[in-house]
Design a protein around this ligand. Structure first.
Ligand code: ADP
Ligand code: TRP
Length: 331
């Protein structure tokens, strides 16, 4: 087992989709086979957006059940809820004192919120809460609390990991080496998975195919993928087809090549191609889906795993916080 500590957070703000699976969840599960991996559900980070506790709770269970049913080794990795570890709130407050305000002003997500307000003719800080403004500090606390070496994230989170590294650097400069300096790994190798309309699959575009939706819903969504109007007999370009781009991530090399040839040679209509895609995705996901549905009917099993995860995470969190309290407050 590699000694590096890997950590990532997943925000419970939506139902995970095929893009999340290919771009983030699947690589994470593979990584957890040979690294000590902390995966937490970032429910505190959801608070600046979602005000309904039941919604946060539902997405939290969904994410935990998805990770468990996709085969995350819960003995080798630590799956927990961010809010279960009080030390993270404490560390975030302490880190505020070494974090320059200017750093927060430069955060892409905060700047994007300001730009949106200005474009709408509103006050630049309209609707922006301190949870959004200090989001990177809480995220730095997440990362630094567990002595993390690497943080696998999507490209949009790279700046946040750099901020965590900066904050650790400022802290170490004042108080002596207390924190490891974390690095991000950006999951670009899988590329961007297109959604129903051909744009990036994203909950913000309302074009998603949910990862473990019931079979009938999966089929309905796949049949709704937008295509061009080529006739069955015409040759089609696999590389610009959403159907083929999705198929690539679920089939074997031989199957992919065969499907490619069917696209190029003509003779296969998009309806048939969608049925082939559905059968493939369904065959890969039907077992995890059954397990997912079972777990969602038995939330106490999910609670147990999250509680065991929290106990393991707490051991490290307590040590780190004690180290910080000692150097900052002489405690
Ligand atoms: P969304 O765009 O639906 O809001 P998130 O931003 O919450 O998704 O993404 C969570 C993770 O899933 C990130 O690591 C991101 O890189 C990955 N991801 C999301 N959408 C895609 C996609 N269409 N293709 C590949 N990876 C994706
Ligand atoms: N901010 C991340 C997102 O929006 C989620 C997250 C919270 C996270 N804390 C983290 C990711 C720590 C990696 C490490 O997707």
């Amino acid at each position: 087992m590699n000694k590096e500590i890997v950590l990532t957070g997943i925000k419970p703000t939506g139902t995970p989709h095929l893009g999340n699976y290919v771009g983030a969840l699947k690589p994470l599960i593979e990584q957890s086979r040979n690294h000590k991996t902390y995966i937490f559900i970032a429910d505190l980070h959801a608070l600046n957006i979602i005000k309904d506790p039941q919604e946060i709770k539902r997405h939290t269970y969904e994410i935990a059940a998805i990770m468990m049913s996709l085969g995350l080794d819960v003995n080798n990795s630590v799956l927990f809820k961010q809010s279960d570890i009080v030390q993270v709130y404490q560390l975030a407050t302490l880190l505020m004192n070494v974090t320059p305000k200017g750093l927060m002003n430069r955060a892409h997500s905060y700047k994007a919120a300001i730009d949106k307000n200005i474009a709408a003719g509103l006050d630049e800080d309209a609707g922006i809460n301190m949870g959004l403004y200090t989001y990177p500090i809480l995220m730095a606390a997440d990362i630094l609390l567990y002595d993390t070496d690497v943080v696998p994230v999507g490209a949009d989170q790279k700046q946040h990991v750099e901020f965590a590294r900066d904050i650790a650097g400022y802290f170490n400069h004042i108080y002596g080496k207390t924190f490891k300096l974390p690095e991000s790994i950006i999951g670009e190798s899988t590329g961007i998975i297109p959604g129903l309309d051909g744009r990036k699959m994203s909950k913000s575009y309302d074009n998603i195919i949910p990862l473990l939706a019931p079979e009938a819903e999966l089929k309905k969504k796949i049949m709704r993928i937008i295509t061009d109007s080529k006739l069955p007999e015409e040759s089609k370009d696999p590389d610009t087809s959403t159907i083929f781009q999705l198929y690539k991530h679920f089939a074997s090399d031989v199957e992919i090549e065969e499907f490619r040839q069917q696209f190029l040679s003509g003779g296969m209509g998009y309806g048939t191609a969608k049925t082939i895609l559905f059968d493939k995705i369904n065959s890969v996901l039907s077992k995890p889906r059954a397990e997912y549905e079972r777990l969602m009917m038995n939330p106490s099993e999910i609670d147990k795993v999250l509680e065991t995860g929290a106990q393991k995470a707490r051991i490290v969190a307590e040590k780190t916080l004690a180290r910080v309290m000692k150097v900052m407050l002489g405690k």
